[in-house]
Design a protein around this ligand. Structure first.
Ligand code: 13P
Ligand code: SF4
Length: 301
């Protein structure tokens, strides 16, 4: 039996589903039961009836799924697939900022450790951050860990006062403004679609900013035929599948998230066979972080 059929058989036998983020390899997106952006996957994980979820993404995704569904078994194909940005803040700094303001909400990008979520009021993803920040009653917003998404949101909500943290996504920050300008010169008719984790200079020359799903939807619904895509290269699989006649261009340095790419078919097969790499979240951390995740799901409805 080939590896894909072996995975399919084992999935049935173990009552498991496979969730995959748009940044994982095409062969995984092809066999996954659900592929999506962080918010979509967290909703699916929370309500999936299956006993086991194989989460092809990075640690914070598996952790969030476990916190929202503590009775499910969450398996990560590679436990070392971790998002560096998730660690770019710390509890002491959050508590210090909290003590500086009376009327403060700590808004935590879901790309963060469960520990950071325990110090936060609400989680957000790039697809719902604007809606959620607008809905918060607090005037002061401490947005962790990503400074780029924070600035993108802050610009659209001038009535709020933002306190910024210094985190960033190394994959999106590696993309250079000059590379995108060069692409724009080469393809003057192309629309620039970017993820809000991009730097300000790229954001400013973008025609549209959104989460991975929103970028894919925008390109699919657009009457344009050419797009410069400023996010991780994995989205190209869905973009081309949905739009075989459209053209998509990327920065010459090729934006690749090395952690997302640690997921492989072989590793999926292994965790289904062995049950290895089960996500475990400390009980106190789980209890402390669930309210921020649940608040996101409530406010993003
Ligand atoms: P999305 O929520 O847009 O899928 O983004 C996740 C991510 O890790 C971006 O780098
Ligand atoms: Fe983290 Fe960036 Fe990779 Fe997304 S692309 S998982 S933010 S390192």
């Amino acid at each position: 039996m080939d590896i894909v059929n072996e995975i399919r058989e084992l999935k049935k036998e173990k009552d498991a589903i496979i969730l995959a983020h748009y940044y994982v390899m095409p062969e995984i997106q092809e066999i996954a039961d659900f592929v999506g952006d962080s918010f979509y996957l967290s909703k699916i994980a929370a309500k999936a009836p299956e006993k086991t979820i194989v989460f092809c993404g990075v640690s914070f995704m598996g952790e969030s799924a476990k916190i929202l569904s503590p009775d499910k078994t969450i398996l990560m194909p590679d436990v070392t697939a971790d998002c560096p940005m998730a660690h770019m803040c710390d509890a002491e700094t959050i508590e210090k900022v909290k003590s500086d303001y009376d009327d403060l909400a700590v808004v935590c990008y879901i790309n963060s450790t469960a520990e950071l979520k325990t110090h936060s009021d609400v989680c957000v993803t790039s697809s719902n951050a604007l809606q959620i920040v607008k809905a918060l009653p607090q005037k002061n917003i401490y947005f962790i860990p990503d400074k780029n998404l924070a600035h993108f949101i802050a610009e659209q909500v001038p009535e709020k006062h933002f306190i910024f943290n210094d985190g960033f996504c190394p994959t999106h920050e590696r993309m250079k403004y000059e590379e995108i300008l060069e692409l724009k010169e080469h393809y003057p008719d192309a629309a620039v679609l970017s993820h809000p984790e991009c730097t300000e200079s790229i954001r400013k020359i973008s025609d549209y900013l959104g989460s991975t799903s929103q970028i894919i939807d925008y390109a699919t619904e657009s009457t344009k035929n050419e797009f410069i895509i400023c996010t991780e290269i994995g989205v190209n699989y869905e973009l081309e599948t949905k739009n075989p006649d459209k053209k998509f261009y990327y920065a010459k340095s090729t934006p690749v998230c090395p952690n997302m790419k640690k997921n492989t078919l072989e590793k999926i097969l292994n965790v289904l066979k062995t049950g290895e790499n089960e996500v475990v979240v400390d009980e106190a951390v789980s209890k402390g972080s669930i309210s921020a995740l649940e608040m996101m799901h409530k406010l993003a409805k």
